[in-house]
Ligand binder design. Structure first.
Ligand SMILES: *Cc1c(COP(=O)(O)O)cnc(C)c1O
Length: 329
């Protein structure tokens, strides 16, 4: 496996400190209500001792990522605010940046792969960002965004190699630990790894007993393979689950996960669809695939969770119409 291109560019990047995360909590609380943590007995039956869902699907952008965007934009200096920001994304990072930039009156350009989820593309436009559809997948969109960032002097915002994004995302886990201090485990879906790394940082600071598990699709396992091999690697990216569709490990989040993650699980795309179905019918919750991946991991690895009080993070709800049809058919 090849060395990920991302690694060289980010050597020396530091994760946020606990003080950074506390400041981010103040920023995020000014904009967003605390999201619900709900015990769903029917969902957990037979796979763990108690199952909670952290409902990030109710965020105004339909995904947890808005926390990171709000915190990043809040910390920009004046010259950067005046020029604007640019991001690349299969969708939810884009909505996060667009939402935060619109709120702060900052220009925002988004590069999405061509044929991106129309629900997410529409939302980005409605939020007032300039949308460029380019490239066949995430990694090609990234290259184009890097080019435009250089050309136009826009601040390029990575979805995962950003301390301010990690600190913002960490606020979900501060809430989680405050809502249910005696959890044994939390399961977090991974694309770039901001959620899982943030969970690790908060667990280290606030909940030493809390085990953090990451989950990816077998069809896009770069973060998993990077974690198990101890170095950032590339791996084929063939999952249909957008939030999990990355082809390379990200240096910053991998570094944090290496120190604190309790385990990294894999599930199939079909496991994820079944978990979406369970969330829909047993928890009355619309999730996109990535939002159901943590629950899929609990179902696929019952021995890991049998005696545990487990929280799964329902990270997002931005399912396309065709995806919803697959879930209910
Ligand atoms: C981005 C995303 C993920 C993965 O999060 P990372 O921080 O990139 O690992 C999971 N679920 C949803 C809904 C997402 O948008």
């Amino acid at each position: 496996m090849a060395q990920a291109p991302d690694l060289a560019a980010t050597t020396g990047l530091q994760p946020p400190t606990w003080a950074d995360i506390q400041r981010a909590s103040q920023v995020v609380r000014r904009h967003l209500p605390v999201t619900p943590l709900i015990s769903h007995p029917t969902l957990g039956a037979g796979s763990c001792s108690q199952l909670f869902v952290k409902h990030e699907n109710v965020q105004p952008t339909g995904a947890f990522k808005v926390r990171g965007g709000l915190n990043l934009v809040a910390g920009l200096d004046e010259p950067t605010r005046a020029r604007g920001i640019i991001g690349y994304s299969t969708g939810n990072h884009a909505q996060s940046l667009a939402y935060a930039a619109a709120d702060a009156g900052v220009r925002c350009v988004i590069v999405m792969p061509a044929g991106a989820n129309p629900v997410k593309a529409h939302a980005v436009r409605m939020l007032g960002a300039e949308l460029i559809e380019h490239g066949a997948h995430f990694d090609e969109a990234r290259a184009h965004a890097e080019f435009i960032s250089e050309r136009d002097g826009l601040r390029l915002v990575s979805a995962a190699n950003e301390a301010a994004i990690l600190a913002g995302v960490a606020t979900a886990y501060v809430e989680l630990v405050e809502q249910q201090p005696d959890l044994d485990a939390v399961v977090v879906p991974v694309g770039g790894g901001s959620g899982a790394a943030a969970a690790c940082l908060v667990a280290s600071a606030l909940a030493p007993h809390l085990e953090v598990f990451a989950v990816q699709s077998e069809a896009a396992r770069a973060a998993h393979d990077s974690w198990t091999s101890g170095t950032c690697v590339e791996s084929p990216n063939a999952t249909r689950v957008e939030g999990l569709a990355t082809g390379a490990g990200f240096a910053l989040t991998q570094r944090v996960m290496r120190e604190r993650l309790g385990g990294f699980l894999l599930v199939t795309d079909d496991d994820i669809t079944l978990a979406q179905r369970a969330l829909l019918f047993d928890a009355h919750t619309l999730s996109e695939g990535a939002g159901a991946a943590a629950l899929a991991a609990v179902y696929a690895h019952p021995n890991t969770f049998a005696d545990k009080r487990v929280a799964v993070v329902c990270t997002g709800a931005n399912a396309s119409e065709s995806e919803i049809r697959r879930v209910v058919s």
